[in-house]
Design a protein around this ligand. Sequence first.
Ligand SMILES: *Cc1c(COP(=O)(O)O)cnc(C)c1O
Length: 444
Amino acid sequence: MISQPHQYPTSYKPWSHLKTDDPEVYSHIEAELHRQRYSLEMIASENFVCQSILAGAGNPLTNKYAEGLPHKRYYGGCEHIDAIESLAISRACSLFSCHYANVQPHSGASANNAVFLALLQPGDRILGLDLSHGGHLTHGSPVNISGMYFQAHCYGVDPQTELLDYDIIRERAKEVQPQLIIAGASAYPRVMDFAAFANIAKEVGAYLLVDMAHIAGLVAAGLHPSPLPHAHVTTTTTHKTLRGPRGGMILWNDNSLSAKLNKGVFPGTQGGPLEHIIAMKATCFHLAHREEFQTLQQKTIKNAQAFATTLKEHGCHLVTGGTDNHLILLNLLHSNLTNHKDSNQVTGKDLEAALDQVHITTNKNTVPGEKRSPFVTSGVRFGSPALTSRGLLTQDFKLIAKWVAQILESLQNQKTHDTEPPCFASIRKQVKELCSKYPLYPEW
Ligand SMILES: *Cc1c(COP(=O)(O)O)cnc(C)c1O
């Protein structure tokens, strides 16, 4: 028997006034909420914030201009804004055990831009992880300002182990003589050794920037070594594993960098801060001190590992062979699950689209040694944070991994593209049942 979708009561929602004031936007928001409820969110950079942060982000602080820093503003009437931003700063410093924080960056990319402006001159050399090996666009890609205004160079992972090799990085650093080394990734499933990065930076006289956007929640929970004792500057997003509102932040310990970094944010690269979001960053840091947060982050890693193990049991090849954190990178170049000699070459784009058909949301991703374009790719990235926040258990992650392997195998065996492979319908039905079992924002 098919269970009925969970019946959501229609209690007060923060966006309910739009129903009369702007029904068009209201209906799109409702449709998006429905999509989130009835799909399995496995994009590694996404999460579901708790209801208090979601609702709390719609607050009157959005009305206020507060250019400057607490107690040093260009506008009057900032006493409550000052109290909230000061609280966010002190909570950020306490959570990550550091001396200084700027909580104003609108996003991870904005945080990085502020750091570049603060520490570099146009034309300086930067050294970051190759995009196709798991790096980020803001670490020197030619289509990003970091690759346009600076001479960007990259290091890669070891082609055999697919792990960072600090001897290779040291060699690259000696060749390039960068002013700034960037450690951090958006698709690297293993622990990073920030002390090793710091030693290399010291040897070549470069600043070390650690961008911990993906792993900040794990760091806050003590489940990944912290970069703060090692990096000159650390940037992060607040909305990935950290599970706060969408935004960025800069952290550091050396007071001689404070003026430069603060000016790098404002007036360097941003205008007025989003104080309504900064309030929710403060709440996020408060919640991250709790034991429940620690448990959530532990489960996030455990679920990612169970997902990885199940994929491997079904014959899938994972970049680095598994995961230490919240993300899994499936390598399609080596994952042939069929016995047919003439099986199809499935790309990241194909698998992402097929998973979308059964409402499992992922993203295609380049893999080390990538030969295809970033629009096609030979990998798919999965992450456990969102579904772990939603309450799914390890057994559920194993089930989803089994479905992913079934879908991949059916794509590899598919003879014609006119009809959908037979397993899709039954998986789609089971996805819907699993979603109903774990209602998202049930009060709404
Ligand atoms: C997500 C991410 C960013 C960018 O964050 P946005 O908020 O999307 O600007 C920067 N660096 C890394 C490593 C990331 O994973």
